[in-house]
Write a protein that binds this ligand. Sequence first.
Ligand code: NDP
Ligand code: 8X3
Length: 250
Amino acid sequence: MKNKTVLITGASSGIGWETAKIFSNSGAKVILCGRRKNKLLDLQKEISNPSHILVFDVRNRKNVVKEIQSIPNQFSKIDILINNAGNAHGLDNSTEASLDDWDLMIDTNLKGLMYVTKAVLPLMISRGEGHIINVGSIAGKEVYPKGNVYCASKFGVNAFNTGLRIDLNKTGIKVGIINPGKVKTEFSNVRFKGDSPRAEKVYEGLKVLSAEDVANTIFYMANVPDHVNISDLEILPSSEANTYVFNRKL
Ligand code: NDP
Ligand code: 8X3
């Protein structure tokens, strides 16, 4: 990854954090994006290769463009875009769920990912090369009870991923998606709005994926030869058969 530049959204935590570390350790220059600047500064202290921080909310279309355009020359040749920022908000039946939660998920997971892609694309198109790796979810492949709009957002990411791959076929830019099952990160804590006991229950009796497991797989996707594109990769913990069948050791 020497001489490669990688932009990672959602680098302030979980999968994005570990992905930034693995790419940086392999010699890449990394652009670390997120809203929590303090976390990005902490991450920057953990990595030794050159890195650049961008603080923006992916939902804010104007700021996305402004921040991507502000990238200094040293970092502007983006080889790999990892669209990872996203979260679930709530786990409620559609009859009870809050529209604010629904807006948050569509605006962040789907529209935010689209905004970042659209802002970075010209930097790849002009060079006729690049690789976009989208972080989807098994929730973008199957719907589970109360998953409604989180699943819808990730189904949307899956569709957008395929659409992009079709549209960019003649540009030299590769597009692929990774769809993980359960990963232990801040994800459940965010979904349950800081209710840590409820978040912990999700993983009770289960050995789930670590953020590092997913980061290693993203790194693998980025390191296959140019003529190979891992277009769609699902990764589950061995304890998970699908979104509702688990081998819990309680
Ligand atoms: P975390 O909650 O640990 O990380 C989420 C990251 O997204 C944070 O860095 C956060 O940064 C960023 N983010 C959230 N909202 C915004 C926003 N509006 N603007 C900019 N950045 C934002 O969760 P994960 O690491 O688990 O999640 C990463 C991705 O993986 C998500 O897309 C998630 O849907 C997907 N995923 C997760 C799974 C899991 O079980 N954990 C399974 C399958 C997919 P900050 O708050 O600083 O802005
Ligand atoms: C996160 C995985 O199954 O909790 O995308 O929706 S799941």
